[in-house]
Ligand binder design. Structure first.
Ligand code: 5AD
Ligand code: SF4
Length: 467
């Protein structure tokens, strides 16, 4: 399951080159989930080894790399119109004897493949999420005049083939880091494109993950978020020759010196096993926050979505998790207006939200994604009805979010300071429950974990003072 906490496009800086630079500059634009952010960083590492330096202005770039997301409606059309604008830029460059290379990566690249080359003459390289390690080679071929489409699912492990980030790069990226441990999805929820764009579920080996986490911690990272479309489906052979699940992996990662905080996202309710639930009881490093999408509170709709659990199963699961750690903040994803959703089904979702109480949530109107079973179902819901339901749902979720934030006031927490605030006399970190927290700059420096008391709620953040 993809997490869309970060749907706003984010420019990911490519790291410093490990070899003598040839002077080429790359501008990377990332859309979509945190897994795309992680992938952009890995591609940035590969390009840095190839001599590229990063730039945050497309105008000065020799290569523009767009890492795309396919989860939303018209995602591909938006990419095509962006490519149209780049086409113009390339033409202008050529008029003055310069050039521009354009590479499209990510889930739109995977889904559209050759079609991108046909429709967007500006594009030199189309590269799917499983082939990022081949990006430097694809660019070399493109420079020789070829237009390259690399969207197969090769047997080689891209993470192994991709170069590691240097310490300097890791430090430049901050004290929190993403680490992809699992990719792909075999769940085939009937609304979702992910099983088609990211392929079958695969887990990275435990040893590689431990190695990467150790490197991150040695370079100064204090909080690691494990990523996967179905992160809690992660499994692998552990150091003790037993098959581990995510709970065991988290236990092991928590022992790495310097790994002070762990998070993971996104989880499927069916993969929440006892070991993982117990990790929330036993590991102080594991932050009390769980993104556990349910999508709907109606059993009829859950069945049509192929979620393979009922609303009652989900509520029981939440109770089990809260019984080991009552302090846990729950977050979820919701879809309104899935084909066939009646007012009554929608009321079931509202009731489930009332029962569970979410600290944070993401909600969407169902959008028809060609190629998914949901797109062909009868009973597509009217847009106006979807909008009206979404508004009611978001009002409820937002009131819960505000109530959760208000209940934090007066609590003492450990705050990891991540970056300077908007005002120079402020610093910003995250609460254990993932809310942004603003403190006085004198509270500490980036990377410090300081004891603070939450004093006030802001519109989207909390204010705190050193205790
Ligand atoms: N329509 C609406 N929302 C969707 N999501 C995924 N596919 C669709 C779709 N076709 C939402 C789900 C998922 C989140 C990442 O995006 O809630 O959990
Ligand atoms: Fe998540 Fe279902 Fe999509 Fe898999 S198919 S990524 S479980 S929403």
């Amino acid at each position: 399951m993809t997490d869309i906490a970060n749907l706003e496009p984010a420019a990911v800086p490519a790291p410093e080159p490990a070899i003598a630079p040839h002077g080429r500059k790359v501008f990377v634009k990332t859309y979509g989930c945190q897994m795309n952010v992680y992938d952009s960083e890995r591609m940035g590492d590969a390009l840095a080894r190839d001599g590229y330096v990063s730039t945050d202005s497309p105008e000065s770039a020799d290569l523009i790399l767009i890492n795309t997301c396919h989860i939303r409606e018209k995602a591909a059309e938006k990419v095509y119109s962006q490519l149209g604008r780049l086409e113009k830029m390339k033409r202008q460059r050529r008029l003055v004897g310069g050039d521009l290379m354009v590479a499209v990566a990510g889930c739109v690249a995977q889904a559209e493949g050759e079609e991108i080359i046909r429709r967007a003459p500006v594009v030199d390289v189309v590269i799917g999420p499983q082939t990022y390690h081949r990006l430097p080679e694809a660019l070399t071929r493109a420079r020789a005049g070829e237009r390259v489409v690399a969207t197969d699912f090769p047997p080689d492990d891209k993470f192994e083939a991709l170069p590691k980030a240097t310490d300097k790069t890791i430090r430049a990226r901050g004290v929190t880091a993403f680490l992809t441990v699992q990719e792909g999805c075999d769940k085939f929820c009937t609304f979702c494109v992910v099983p088609y764009t990211r392929g079958a579920e695969t887990s990275r080996p435990a040893a590689r993950i431990i190695e990467e986490a150790t490197r991150l911690a040695q370079a100064g990272v204090r909080e690691i978020t494990l990523l996967g479309q179905n992160v809690n489906a992660w499994h692998g052979l552990g150091g003790d020759d037993r098959e581990w699940g995510l709970g065991e992996l988290l236990r092991r990662l928590a022992t790495i010196p310097g790994v002070d905080r762990l998070r993971y996202t996104t989880s499927h309710p069916r993969d929440m096993d006892d070991a993982l639930i117990q990790a929330h009881r036993d590991l102080p490093e594991l932050m009390p926050y769980l993104h556990l999408p349910v999508q709907s509170g109606s059993d009829r709709i859950l069945k049509a979505m192929n979620r393979r659990h009922t609303a009652a199963d989900y509520i029981r699961l939440v109770e089990r998790i809260r019984s080991v750690n009552p302090d846990i903040a729950l977050s979820g994803d919701f879809i309104v207006g899935f084909p066939g959703e009646t007012d009554e089904d929608f009321q079931d979702t509202m009731r489930l939200i009332g029962t569970v109480f979410y600290a944070q949530a993401f909600s969407f109107k169902y959008s028809r994604r060609p190629g998914t079973p949901g797109a062909d179902l009868d009973g597509q819901v009217d847009e106006a009805v979807k909008s009206e339901r979404l508004e009611r749902l978001q009002t409820l979720l937002f009131s819960q979010q505000r109530a959760f934030a208000a209940a934090c006031v007066g609590r003492e927490i450990d705050l990891l300071i991540e970056k300077p605030g908007r005002n120079t006399d402020q610093m910003v970190g995250r609460s254990p429950w993932l809310q942004p927290v603003i403190v006085d700059a004198k509270a500490g420096k980036i990377g410090d974990i300081v004891r603070v008391r939450i004093t006030e709620t802001g519109s989207n953040s909390l204010y705190a003072a050193v205790t």
